[in-house]
Ligand binder design. Structure first.
Ligand code: NAD
Length: 259
């Protein structure tokens, strides 16, 4: 990596003391988990898949729920391994400069790679747990998937018999207020916001980028395609995250930066 943009990004990372990272589905494509809106994304290939992801449809239509359970059972997430982008963020955290990873991903790969789970904020929840839409009880996804594998088309809540869903945020569902509050604090309290592998088309996650820029953070966006927030970034890199993040995480600190 030798472009002017790469050199500028390396300089920003070198002088940073407090880095917050915002990741999206693009950091997990190298692990075999397709994104939604990239060139080979799930919704780019099948627009109906996007429409089925609303909470309203899930509650109203048993067929949508059964399909969702089969899709969860077959998800590439269960066998996916962290890739060089996830590992680079672990390295950056160990150097003491990366404070928080705010992720829109539900795959748990940051934690699997070794990121401190207390520093990972899962804005859109996790596929590794279930939640009952009636009583709110949560449980391990593997228990529900075991029931699906044994022939139950739609496992219900063991406590109240209510409708179970993955503990992920569907369209029409509110984000966890506490997780969002901590994510906003993390972008307000960084000197560099490193944005990686996200189309920045989902709110309120995307709104974290102008929030950070307004508060004085230098924003680096690394995404294969342009995003609606490229104009607020100090540096934009249209390069693979699997190459950019290891490169940036290897930059030694220069001792400057904003306190
Ligand atoms: P998105 O699909 O809207 O955007 C992903 C972006 O990453 C695209 O612009 C694509 O061009 C880019 N990209 C893909 N691979 C890349 C690579 N190797 N290097 C650089 N750029 C790359 O995803 P999003 O912005 O995260 O929003 C989609 C929503 O879907 C999120 O809410 C997320 O919860 C959910 N989602 C999660 C996963 C996951 O957990 N891995 C996968 C798909 C979707």
């Amino acid at each position: 990596m030798a472009s002017d943009a790469c050199t500028a990004a390396r300089a920003l990372v070198a002088s940073a003391h407090r880095i917050t990272v915002l990741t999206g589905a693009g950091v997990s494509t190298d692990s075999g988990i397709p994104d939604f809106r990239g060139s080979d994304g799930l919704w780019t290939r099948d627009a109906d898949a996007g429409r089925a992801a609303s909470l309203e449809t899930y509650l109203a239509d048993p067929e949508v729920r059964r399909l969702a359970w089969r899709t969860r059972l077959d998800s590439p997430v269960w066998t996916a391994k962290p890739n060089s982008a996830h590992r680079a963020l672990v390295e950056l955290e160990r150097s003491g400069r990366l404070r928080t990873v705010v992720t829109q991903n539900i795959d748990g790969l940051h934690q699997k790679a070794g990121s401190d789970p207390h520093r990972v904020l899962e804005l859109h929840g996790t596929l590794h747990a279930t939640v009952c839409l009636a009583c709110g009880a949560t449980g391990p996804m593997r228990d529900a998937l075991k029931r699906v594998a044994e022939g139950e088309p739609e496992p219900d809540c063991v406590r109240c018999g209510g409708i179970l869903k993955s503990a992920t945020i569907s369209f029409g569902q509110e984000l966890d207020g506490e997780v969002l509050r901590r994510a906003r604090l993390a972008v307000l309290d960084c000197d560099v916001l490193l944005v990686a592998g996200t189309s920045l088309s989902v709110q309120p996650a995307a709104g974290l980028v102008p929030l950070a820029a307004k508060a004085g953070a230098q924003v680096i966006i690394c995404n294969a395609e342009p995003t609606p927030y490229d104009a607020v970034a100090a540096v934009v890199l249209h390069e693979p995250v699997g190459e950019v993040l290891p490169d940036l995480s290897s930059v030694p600190p220069s001792g400057g930066g904003r306190f």
